[in-house]
Design a protein around this ligand. Structure first.
Ligand code: 5GP
Ligand code: MN
Length: 317
C-alpha cells in the first residue's frame, strides 16, 4: 500500500473519524489532533474519539474539539493512529463499522488490522510518520499542526534521547522550528512539568521500588487506592517506569498499575546500554510495543503479576 492509496481514500470520504490507543500519550494525542487539522486543510471535517484526555495536552490546538459520542454507523473512513492492535483501540466500534479503514502506526507488533496499513517500525513516533505524509500530500504544516507533531516526537523520543531518534527526526524538528513551533515551550509543558498528584504517585512508586535478580530488574507498582488518595488525574502514571531504567545495572524496568481488581497494566523498559527486547517479553502476555518500551495487561495480585513477569524476564537477562 502506498501513500497515494491513503490520499485517494481521504479525498473520497465525506465523513471521517480519527482514533488512537487507550490511555493516550503525547504521540497518540498529537497524531489525532494533527490529522484532524490536516484533514481540515483538505476541506474535510473529522471527528476525533478520545475517552480520556490528559490535561497535559490541553494546550494543543483542537484539544477542545474531541468527541464524546457520535453515531457509530455514519463514517465512510476510520483512521487509527499509533495503535498496534484492535483490542487497544478506543472507538473500535467506529472502526469496525466504517466503510473503509486506514491504520498508520510505528509499532513493530502492529497487527495490520486495517484495509490499508501504513506501518513504519523504525519511525520513533507516529507523529513523525504523519509529518512525512503531510509533506508528501502537499499539506502545509503550519504552527498548529506542527505543535501537535512536535508533541508526539518529543514525548515518544523521551525528549530526543532514545536510540530510535534519527537524523530525520532532527530534520523534521528543524523544519517545525522554521514554521514557528516553540519546541522549548512544548518540551517544558509535556516533559518537564509535573502535577503534584503525579509527583505523589512517583514518590509512592519509588518508595516501593525493589531491585530483583541481582539488581537487574527494577519493579514497582501503583494501586487504585494510591491514585484515589493522591487525587490522580488521567496520565499521572506516565513516566514512572523511566526511573527504574536509569539505575545502573538494571536491565529491565517494570512498573505495574492496577486497572481493575486483580488486573494490572504492565509498562516495561529496557535498561540503558542493554539490547533486551521488552516487546518480545510483553508479547508472551498478549501485549507488545517497541523493542525498548512495551506493555501488556496481566491478571493477578501484585505478587502474582510480579512473579509471572520475573519468570519471563529471567530467561533473557
Ligand atoms: P507504556 O508503557 O508507555 O504504556 O507503553 C510503552 C509502549 O508499548 C507504547 O508504544 C505502547 O503503545 C505500547 N504498549 C503498551 N501496552 C501495550 C499492550 O498492551 N499491547 C501492545 N501491543 N502495545 C502496548
Ligand atoms: Mn507512539
Amino acid at each position: 500500500m502506498t501513500l497515494d492509496d491513503i490520499l485517494v481514500e481521504m479525498k473520497q470520504a465525506e465523513k471521517i473519524v480519527v482514533m488512537a490507543h487507550e490511555t493516550p500519550d503525547g504521540d497518540a494525542i498529537g497524531s489525532m489532533l494533527s490529522m484532524k487539522l490536516a484533514l481540515k486543510k483538505m476541506g474535510k471535517e473529522a471527528d476525533v474519539i478520545v475517552k480520556e484526555f490528559p490535561r497535559t495536552f490541553a494546550f494543543l490546538p483542537g484539544a477542545n474539539t474531541v468527541e464524546e459520542k457520535t453515531d457509530v454507523e455514519k463514517y465512510d473512513l476510520a483512521i487509527s493512529l499509533d495503535c498496534a492492535d484492535l483490542k487497544r483501540l478506543v472507538g473500535r466500534e467506529y472502526f469496525e463499522k466504517a466503510k473503509k479503514t486506514i491504520v498508520i502506526d510505528h509499532h513493530s507488533t502492529n497487527m495490520m488490522y486495517g484495509d490499508i496499513n501504513f506501518v513504519n517500525p523504525v519511525s520513533p513516533a507516529c507523529c513523525e510518520i504523519l509529518a512525512g505524509m503531510f509533506e508528501y500530500f502537499d499539506i502545509d504544516i503550519d504552527v498548529e499542526i506542527g505543535s501537535c507533531i512536535a508533541t508526539g516526537i518529543i514525548t515518544d523520543t523521551g525528549g530526543f534521547k532514545y536510540s530510535s531518534v534519527t537524523a530525520e527526526t532532527f530534520e523534521f524538528t528543524a523544519e517545525l522550528i522554521r514554521k514557528g513551533v516553540n519546541i522549548s515551550d512544548i518540551y517544558q509543558r509535556v516533559l518537564e512539568t509535573r502535577r503534584k498528584s503525579n509527583f505523589e504517585l512517583l514518590r509512592r512508586a519509588m518508595n516501593r521500588l525493589e531491585l530483583l535478580e541481582d539488581d537487574k530488574i527494577a519493579f514497582t507498582y501503583i494501586n487504585k487506592k494510591d491514585e484515589e488518595e493522591v487525587h490522580a488525574e488521567i496520565g499521572d502514571h506516565e513516566g514512572i517506569v523511566e526511573n527504574g531504567r536509569s539505575i545502573e545495572g538494571v536491565k529491565v524496568s517494570v512498573f505495574i498499575r492496577e486497572k481493575e481488581e486483580n488486573l494490572y497494566k504492565v509498562s516495561m523498559r529496557a535498561g540503558n546500554g542493554t539490547n533486551i527486547n521488552v516487546s518480545d517479553i510483553c508479547y508472551v502476555f498478549g501485549g507488545g510495543g517497541h523493542p525498548r518500551a512495551a506493555g501488556a495487561t496481566v491478571a493477578g495480585t501484585v505478587e502474582q503479576v510480579k512473579e509471572k513477569l520475573v519468570k519471563e524476564i529471567k530467561k533473557v537477562i
